[in-house]
Design a protein around this ligand. Structure first.
Ligand code: UDP
Length: 328
């Protein structure tokens, strides 16, 4: 298969590349390296079946050609990470909305029908207060959501764009709502919690739990996320509807901090940082987030393979391995 990935040098994108190269596919990845990092794809650059295009998709003159050559397109390019989303609201719209429109328009104009995956996000549920989040839940937006509203709406717009192009041009487009992917190559710079906790624990620093740590998330190993995306993309029944992609196990952030301390044998302690100090005064935290995975399961039979403990152990081993290599 010929695979085109936008945002290929990002955390999830790099795992999609790895997944498809391991399967013998030809992969082209486009990334402007604004959030993505070339080090994420360095290992693949020697592979003759892989090509990297360092470009914003809106400035990529051969996008049309790349789209025509693709059997499947993963659109993962987006401004992500809480710190970055809050700092760069204009980029959120430019990249998440305008670049998606440009890509969908190019695909429709090519008159060619690859499988298309448009990444959405659990943030579209936002402050919906039902405990478990189902795809047909009402999506509620309140002004008190602060800086996250722009991101959540950009992702909801992506869903609407994808459905519109499906309706009018018959694109086979799948819309995964991604829930907190974690795993190797995720960086902590933009705020993601697990790489931050692991770095802090291994350095013997205090773990910065924002708020009182009772807020919950459902963490999904990125290798499971990518396996689910692959299953969805190849399934025509999955097209045209949002599908939760995540792990149903729910963990509160304080327990996550304790788990990282325990698995790493660290002597670090936990420090509670008020939300306004972490994100600024206008920020309102999502207190609970757990996907209902029924739709994904019934469409694809997907079951996650990685437990949170296994992911944490793997991340700790890799981080220790990297430190030893640097010391050698
Ligand atoms: N978080 C934390 N300490 C950190 C970074 C994040 O307690 O150093 C919290 C954050 O406030 C949120 C959770 O961890 O409640 C997950 O944060 P992340 O940015 O990884 O994902 P998102 O909030 O987008 O689900």
């Amino acid at each position: 298969m010929n695979i085109l990935i936008t945002g290929g040098a990002g955390f999830i994108g790099s795992h999609v590349i790895e997944h498809h190269l391991n399967r013998g596919d030809e992969v082209v990845a486009v990334d402007d390296l604004s959030t993505g990092n070339r080090s994420n794809i360095r290992d693949f650059e020697r592979n003759p079946r892989f090509r990297f295009v360092p470009s914003d998709i809106t400035d990529y003159p051969e996008l049309d050609h790349a789209v025509r050559a693709a059997d499947r397109i993963y659109h993962l390019a987006a401004v992500v990470g809480m710190f970055r989303v809050l700092r760069e609201p204009v980029r959120v719209t430019q990249v998440n909305v305008c670049a998606t429109e440009h890509l969908l328009e190019t695909i429709a104009a090519a008159g060619h029908h690859p499988q298309v995956v448009i990444a959405s996000s659990s943030s579209v549920y936002s402050h919906c207060h039902s405990r478990d989040l189902r795809e047909d839940d009402e999506l509620v937006y309140l002004p008190r959501q602060g800086g996250l509203t722009g991101y959540a709406l950009s992702k909801l717009t992506n869903e609407i764009q994808a459905m519109a192009y499906r309706e009018e041009y018959g694109l086979q487009v799948t819309i995964p709502r991604l829930f907190n992917a974690v795993g190797p190559r995720q960086g902590g710079n933009y705020g993601f919690v697990l790489p931050r906790f692991i770095k802090q624990a291994l350095a013997g620093e205090t773990l910065t739990v924002f708020g009182d740590g009772t807020q919950t998330r459902s963490f999904c190993d990125v290798r499971d996320t990518v396996a689910a995306l692959d299953l969805l993309a190849g399934n025509s029944e999955a097209a045209g509807q949002p599908v939760n992609v995540g792990n149903e196990r729910e963990t509160c952030i304080l327990d996550l901090a304790r788990l990282v301390i325990e698995r790493s044998g660290s002597r670090s302690e936990v420090e509670f940082v008020p939300f306004d100090q972490a994100y600024g005064a206008s920020f309102d935290q999502i207190t609970q987030r757990r996907p209902v995975g029924e739709r994904l399961r019934s469409l694809t039979g997907f079951r996650p393979r990685w437990t949170l403990e296994q992911t944490i152990d793997d991340l700790i081993d890799r981080a220790r391995g990297a430190t030893e290599q640097r010391a050698a």
